[in-house]
Design a protein around this ligand. Sequence first.
Ligand code: GTP
Ligand code: MN
Ligand code: MN
Ligand code: MN
Ligand code: MN
Ligand code: MN
Length: 194
Amino acid sequence: MASGTLSRQDALSCVGCRHACHILLYADTEAQLFEETPIRHILLMQMRFDGLLGFPGGFVDPSVETLEDGLSRELWEELGFSLSVTVDDHVNSCHTPSSSQLVAHFYARKMEEREIREVEKAAATTATDHGHEVMGMVRVPLYTLKGGRGLPNFLSHSFIGNCRCQLEDALLRFGLVPREELEMALQQAEQRRS
Ligand code: GTP
Ligand code: MN
Ligand code: MN
Ligand code: MN
Ligand code: MN
Ligand code: MN
């Protein structure tokens, strides 16, 4: 699923490339949907101004600031939350299929459920980009109910760039959804889209 990934350093040496950094913020949760279906994990994505789903983050000019400082700045703008992203949070970098001149850097940070709630609250109240670049934060349903409700429906929506691949990769990489469940959900999502 994650094809053609580059190291952070190789990605930075790309001449004439623009860089975009986005991050997955997630937490474990004991919560259950309708008091019977484990929700398992809280993953934050956002509804963007253009109607597409994406991760928080944005363009970074490495000649002005480091990738991680730029991502932290974007998080302040989009989430109203101060989070100091470091190189340790880096997951992978790749050329985006839609534009070979854009390199997408992906980061992830595991938080406490309480912190995720604080992010959601700040994103909806104090974030300067709320209602402008960002129409709202959304949690990703990780369970599958009868009729493809849950993850299959979610995956059938429209995503910006290659962020659906970043999501799929992260779900497996961090053990958030079993592989068979994800593959089933992707098949059902495909059927819904056609
Ligand atoms: P402006 O301040 O308006 O420039 O927006 P921004 O800096 O927040 O940039 P944005 O988040 O839109 O990301 C920059 C580019 O990266 C977009 O034009 C998309 O092509 C791409 N992009 C946006 N979100 C994601 C994402 O979640 N994953 C990936 N891989 N690419 C994304
Ligand atoms: Mn309820
Ligand atoms: Mn932004
Ligand atoms: Mn953005
Ligand atoms: Mn920006
Ligand atoms: Mn902006």
